[in-house]
Design a protein around this ligand. Structure first.
Ligand code: SAH
Length: 254
């Protein structure tokens, strides 16, 4: 295998997978999404590695580099932020490589919405609060299908992670407030896992002002839902009255 798409993780260079880092160490050619990937992730690259920042490149230019590297029998690492399957514009690269008959593998990464939960020290799926995680964004230059408009998804009052939208925080709040109660907790984490991470927590009523005051206007995750601050039922997994595959009940009931 010569071409690897790699999820670089959310920022902290130790949050890339072992597998992803092994490929970066060996790669002859590295193409990374410079607008978001922490360049420190590439510190382990070999001295002679040819490194390209795709921030200023077109799809065709990226493909050209991959194609000529493969022709020269070189190992290529195409590095995306977080996990490449989310807002990574990876499908068009996959399809082009398939068409050209170039084989590749994808190594997943830690998405920023997961680093956000870690930073906030919260679980998205609390029993009796929400068992559903919605990953979405507000419409920008990329449109969002009508059935997935934020106020429609909000009907579920599920835990939600909203990417690519912090610069429109007022619009986000307006859409959410159609369905979530005004005192619903909401948090914004900028550059989760980076040394200069910032976070603010509030309610739908207070968050927009807090985000402005903290001067957060990009590279931030918005998460909303009662999972942030609520009473909940203890998980059945660790309940002494509940038995499962790996443990029998201490009290006999299921
Ligand atoms: N594939 C990436 C997302 C790329 S889209 C992933 O899985 O995380 C870029 C958006 O991701 C940003 O606008 C922001 O909403 C979010 N993002 C990326 N890195 C982040 C980080 N370290 N902290 C918070 N949000 C981040």
């Amino acid at each position: 295998m010569q071409v690897y798409f790699i999820g670089a993780g959310p920022g902290d260079p130790e949050l890339i997978t072992v597998k992803g880092q092994k490929i970066i160490k060996k790669a002859d050619v590295i193409i990374y999404a410079g607008s978001l990937v922490n360049p420190d992730v590439l510190n382990v690259a070999q001295d002679g590695a040819e490194i390209h920042n795709s921030a200023s490149m077109t799809l065709e230019e990226v493909l050209e580099i991959i194609e000529s590297a493969v022709a020269e029998d070189k190992l290529v690492a195409r590095v995306h932020t977080g996990d490449p399957s989310l807002y990574g514009a990876i499908q068009e690269q996959i399809d082009a490589l398939v068409e050209k008959g170039i084989d590749f593998k994808i190594i997943p990464g830690v998405s920023s919405f997961l680093a956000t939960a870690a930073s906030l020290k919260r679980e998205y799926t609390l029993p009796d609060v929400s068992q559903t995680m919605i990953v979405t964004r507000l419409e920008g230059r990329t449109s969002v299908p009508d059935k997935e408009k934020l106020h429609k998804l909000a009907q579920h009052n599920a835990s939600m992670a909203i990417f690519l939208s912090v610069h429109m925080i007022e619009d986000v709040v307006k859409e959410l407030a159609v369905e979530y109660p005004a005192d619903t907790p909401i948090a914004v984490v900028q550059k989760a896992s980076w040394p200069d991470e910032k976070k603010v927590i509030g309610t739908l009523e207070t968050i927009a002002a807090k985000v402005k005051k903290a001067e957060i206007d990009k590279t931030a995750m918005i998460v909303v839902g009662d999972f942030l601050d609520t009473e909940y039922s203890r998980s059945k997994l660790y309940d002494k009255d509940f038995s499962h595959e790996y443990r029998t009940s201490k009290t006999g009931s299921q």
